[in-house]
Design a protein around this ligand. Structure first.
Ligand SMILES: [Zn+2]
Length: 273
C-alpha cells in the first residue's frame, strides 16, 4: 500500500511539474515563430518606404545636391496630402516585419514614412502635418545631435515616441558602418541604442545605415546587438538578408506630389512574383 502511494505521488508529482514547467515556459519564453525564408520575403509585394531629411524652405546657400535632402515646407505638405488623398495608409516597422515574415495583412495601400538625422523640423513641421491625416512615421535618430541647435532634443524624441511614432537608430555620429572596428561598435551602436531605450522606454529594434551603406559582414553584428531589421536606400535588397537591406527612396526636395507618386509606383513592385 505504502509503495503504491509513493508511486502515485511520484506519478502525479511528475505530471504536475510537467504542466507547471510547460506553463512557466510559455509565460517566460514564448516559442518564436520561424521567420520566412529570404525567397518568400523577396517575393512579397514591396511596401513603398520614403526617406526624408530636412523639411524647410531652400536658402540661397543650399547647394544643388543638398536640395535633394531638403524638402520645402509646402512641398512636404503637398506630398503628405497627396498620399492621404490617394488612399495610402502609413504602417510602422513591426507591421512590415510581421507582413514580410508571416504574411500578416496590412491596410490597403500601405506606405512607410521615415525621417533621418534628427532634424528639428521633423518635430515642428513633419509630425504635425502627419497628425492631420492620422499618419505615423519612423525617426532614425543620430544621437550625437540630440539637443544641438536645429536638432531635436531628448524630450521631443520622447514626445514622438509617446505619440505612436517609432524611434530607431541611425548611429551616434553618422559614420559609415562598413568602416567600424573594435570600439566603434560600442560608440556608434551600443551606447546610442541604450540611450534611445532610456529616452523612449521602448526596445530599439530597427536601424538605418548612414548614407544607406551596408555590407553583408556587418549584418551579423547588428543582429548580435538586438536589431531585427535594417533599412538602406534604393539599392537592390540582399538575396540572403532582405530584412536587413529593406529599400527606401529619398523623397527629393525637387519632387512635386505628382513626381513623388510616379516614383513610388515605379520604384516599388506592388505585385507578388
Ligand atoms: Zn543619415
Amino acid at each position: 500500500m505504502a509503495k503504491n502511494t509513493i508511486i502515485m505521488c511520484l506519478f502525479w508529482g511528475s505530471i504536475f511539474s510537467f504542466i507547471f514547467s510547460a506553463s512557466a515556459q510559455a509565460q517566460h519564453a514564448p516559442p518564436k515563430r520561424p521567420l520566412a525564408t529570404p525567397e518568400v520575403i523577396l517575393a512579397r509585394p514591396q511596401v513603398p518606404i520614403l526617406c526624408y531629411h530636412q523639411i524647410r524652405d531652400w536658402r540661397p546657400t543650399d547647394s544643388k545636391t543638398n536640395k535633394d535632402y531638403i524638402t520645402p515646407i509646402d512641398v512636404f505638405k503637398s506630398h503628405i496630402k497627396m498620399l492621404a488623398d490617394s488612399g495610402y495608409h502609413t504602417i510602422l516597422p513591426d507591421q512590415l516585419y510581421d507582413y514580410l515574415n508571416y504574411g500578416t495583412k496590412l491596410p490597403s495601400k500601405p506606405i512607410m514614412l521615415t525621417f533621418d538625422d534628427t532634424d528639428l523640423d521633423q518635430f515642428t513641421i513633419a509630425a504635425p502635418t502627419m497628425k492631420k491625416y492620422g499618419f505615423k512615421g519612423v525617426f532614425f535618430i543620430m544621437t550625437v545631435s540630440l539637443g544641438r541647435k536645429n536638432y531635436m532634443n531628448r524630450d521631443q524624441v520622447k514626445q514622438l515616441s509617446d505619440a505612436g511614432h517609432v524611434i530607431a537608430s541611425h548611429t551616434w555620429d553618422h559614420h559609415n558602418v562598413k568602416k567600424y572596428q573594435g570600439n566603434d561598435w560600442v560608440i556608434q551602436i551600443e551606447k546610442p541604442t541604450k540611450l534611445l531605450k532610456e529616452i523612449t522606454g521602448k526596445e530599439i529594434k530597427y536601424f538605418a545605415y548612414p548614407f544607406g551603406l551596408w555590407s553583408p559582414q556587418i549584418i551579423p553584428e547588428l543582429k548580435k546587438r538586438g536589431f531585427i531589421a535594417a533599412f538602406q536606400l534604393a539599392d537592390k535588397r540582399d538575396e540572403k538578408e532582405p530584412l536587413f537591406t529593406i529599400r527606401r527612396i529619398i523623397a527629393s526636395g525637387y519632387w512635386s506630389a505628382h513626381t513623388l507618386h510616379t516614383s513610388i509606383v515605379k520604384s516599388f513592385r506592388s505585385t507578388g512574383k
